[in-house]
Design a protein around this ligand. Structure first.
Ligand SMILES: CC(C)(COP(=O)(O)OP(=O)(O)OC[C@H]1O[C@@H](n2cnc3c(N)ncnc32)[C@H](O)[C@@H]1OP(=O)(O)O)[C@@H](O)C(=O)NCCC(=O)NCCS
Length: 174
């Protein structure tokens, strides 16, 4: 799916080579527990699993897209929704290469994904889990109408440091 300056393509193993470079910068991981991919092979294997679009137990639907900057014709990140269809909720994650921050690409990608989720799943709520100090991400979620729901003090460990974790949520209008 496409809108404005970006296109979202369902994640496939063939994206791993280009995404390995996109996901390598350390700045990406300042506020998230992930680490850069270890190798193109490891990322290819991960994308093989994700491209099945469901968890092994079948309870969750996994929607993952790479984000393409159409003008530059290159991948700039990924966006993900993990859908629990029993409770009609999804949690989202988004990660962009630092060279693409500060230009509104993440906001465009989120809007496009949310529109797709609204159209294709009968969801009631979207939510996101964040480090409370991840100001860029908090600002992005506020612009998209998400509100703070929980704030847990020193509840997660990121690279050996205890950090506050917040969740932000948005009801889906029908
Ligand atoms: C979180 C993250 C995606 C936010 O990216 P971002 O680029 O700040 O978010 P947006 O796409 O909303 O862009 C906002 C900025 O673009 C600017 N902008 C908005 N629309 C624009 C447009 N059309 N043209 C140019 N600039 C624009 C805004 O003014 C804002 O600028 P500012 O950063 O100077 O305030 C990014 O920091 C990231 O990938 N971080 C690492 C991973 C992570 O922490 N993910 C969150 C865990 S779920």
């Amino acid at each position: 799916m496409k809108d404005g300056r970006i296109e979202l393509e369902p994640i496939q193993p063939r994206h791993a080579k280009e995404m390995f470079e996109v996901l390598s910068p350390q700045e990406i991981y300042e506020f998230i527990p992930d680490t850069p991919p270890k190798s193109v092979a490891a990322l290819t294997e991960r994308y093989q699993k994700l491209s099945l679009e469901k968890s092994p137990d079948g309870y969750q639907i996994w929607k993952n897209w790479v984000i393409r900057n159409i003008g530059a014709d290159r991948l700039i990140g990924y966006i993900q929704a993990t859908i629990d269809h029993k409770i009609k909720e999804a949690d989202i994650v988004y990660v962009l290469h630092p060279a693409s921050w500060g230009q509104g690409f993440a906001e465009e990608a989120c809007r496009l994904m949310i529109a797709d989720l609204q159209q294709n799943f009968q969801l009631k709520l979207l939510w996101v889990k964040l480090d409370s100090q991840n100001i860029r991400s908090v600002q992005l979620m506020k612009r998209l109408g998400f509100q703070k729901r929980t704030h847990l003090i020193k509840s997660e460990t990121i690279r050996g440091e205890l950090r506050d974790e917040i969740t932000m949520a948005r009801l889906i209008e029908r």
